[in-house]
Write a protein that binds this ligand. Sequence first.
Ligand SMILES: NC(=O)c1ccc[n+]([C@@H]2O[C@H](COP(=O)([O-])OP(=O)(O)OC[C@H]3O[C@@H](n4cnc5c(N)ncnc54)[C@H](OP(=O)(O)O)[C@@H]3O)[C@@H](O)[C@H]2O)c1
Length: 270
Amino acid sequence: MKTIVITGGTAGIGRYLADTYVRRGDRVVVIGRNTVAGKKFQESGGERSHFIEADLDLLSRNREVIDELRGAYPVIDAVVLCARFYRSFRTETAEGIEATFAHFYLSRFLFGHDLRESLERADSPVIVNVAGPGSDLSAANWKDLQFTRHYSGGAALGQGGKLNDLLGVSFAERYPQGRTRYVLVHPGVTATSQAGEYDPGTLVMVEGLRRYGKPIPVAAEPIIELIDSPPSTPLSAYVEGRPIPVRGRPFDPEAARSLDEYTRTLLAGR
Ligand SMILES: NC(=O)c1ccc[n+]([C@@H]2O[C@H](COP(=O)([O-])OP(=O)(O)OC[C@H]3O[C@@H](n4cnc5c(N)ncnc54)[C@H](OP(=O)(O)O)[C@@H]3O)[C@@H](O)[C@H]2O)c1
């Protein structure tokens, strides 16, 4: 029986993955804010389905959850990062961090690095970071990562994809002897809830995505294959099931190192 941790496992692709692995007989821990959906999941799989209520916008809550996971599960086979929430209007968390940057990047940074010891004890450990790999480095707002000026929901989300690419690069570089595979995944436009708070114009567009995106099982299938048989290389990236190269400017190691250093300094102060 594998142990699989899924952030954003209460809805969309994350929930589909959670149900799939519980059905197969694995232990699944989903993390999200929606207690109704979380408890429904918990009831669905008996002792193998677990729900932790947590707002991953908050660093303090991320750390508590990670401590809980480390204590409860000394061996974790897969960490799947699916939490994402679009905000048309800039929002700061109670800890003073821009909310998209907090849950879409900082939370994923903590979940990867801080669960690594438990992952390393598994037979074939993998972190699957579901976002949008492969964009140019300019997708990040390097001088103002928390968009204190000129915020847009699309830009914040697009930046998150880029930061997650570089997180993968620095994760692979930091642990050269590590066995945990880091896999970046773009599922393609998928008919999920597309959770978020939208301005009217964006909402019209999102309603189209909700209606015409690909079915969730189609988006999830390649992710299931990657969890079941992680790639042999430390870092890899896939767009709708097809591998893309993890080199060149979009995966620049120097940019990854600078981001890693910046992130560690930011986190150390909080
Ligand atoms: N759908 C697409 O077209 C598409 C395209 C490209 C990439 N992706 C990526 O695929 C992944 C899954 O997307 P999806 O569309 O399946 O998601 P979704 O249906 O919109 O669901 C989002 C999930 O994230 C959780 N979440 C959001 N904010 C959270 C917070 N602050 N703390 C804890 N959990 C939070 C939600 O749970 P609660 O409500 O319980 O908090 C929910 O389980 C995301 O990483 C997304 O970037 C999706």
